[in-house]
Design a protein around this ligand. Structure first.
Ligand code: PNS
Length: 165
């Protein structure tokens, strides 16, 4: 039977840390489904459609990676996708509390789905979508933290936001 993991997140935007985690996940699972949360309560920088397209571009040609959007509970989505696991990345200790809480909620909601934490590579320990957005918003260099295609989209987005300045 195919072993499927759902990798849920905001991915606003996808970073090299996320890509590293998908690659690590594929060493354990046959397929990783990247689930982009369509959170109506949040105002993301990139729309869900933009994020799906940006992520799909980064994994083009990889049949064992699927990119999809979801809303509602991640455990319901995992069941819908026949996934046995929810994949999450762990960077520093600071990630632990929130991740632990989510994993426990998810276990309480569905004991059949396991949360699997993988450590990101050391290079990506300080990489976060929010940090990248902040740096990019001030015109800082984010190359090497995101794929070039995403770096370009960030530049375009902030150029538009500041009226082409
Ligand atoms: O990239 P993020 O923003 O840290 O991802 C958070 C995410 C999407 C994994 C989390 O918000 C989530 O699973 N949301 C779906 C709602 C849900 O299932 N909540 C129960 C766990 S607390």
């Amino acid at each position: 039977m195919e072993r499927i993991a759902v990798y849920p997140g905001s991915f606003d935007p996808l970073t090299n840390g996320h890509i590293d985690l998908v690659e690590r996940g594929l060493k354990i699972f046959d397929k990783v489904v990247i689930g982009v949360l369509n959170n109506k309560a949040k105002t993301p920088l990139f729309s869900v459609e933009e994020r799906l397209e940006m992520i799909q571009n980064c994994f083009e040609g990889m049949e064992n990676v699927e990119v999809d959007a979801f809303d509602g509970l991640v455990v319901d989505y995992a069941r819908q996708r026949n996934a046995s696991a929810i994949l999450r990345g762990m960077r520093a200790v600071s990630d632990f509390e929130n991740e632990f809480q989510m994993a426990m909620f998810n276990r309480r909601l569905n004991r059949e789905v396991q949360t699997v934490f993988l450590m990101t590579g050391m290079r990506w320990i300080f990489t976060s979508s929010s940090g990248i957005k902040e740096v990019a918003s001030f015109g800082g260099d984010v190359s090497g933290m995101v794929p070039p295609s995403i770096e370009k989209r960030l530049k375009e987005k902030f150029k538009t936001a500041y009226g082409g300045a």
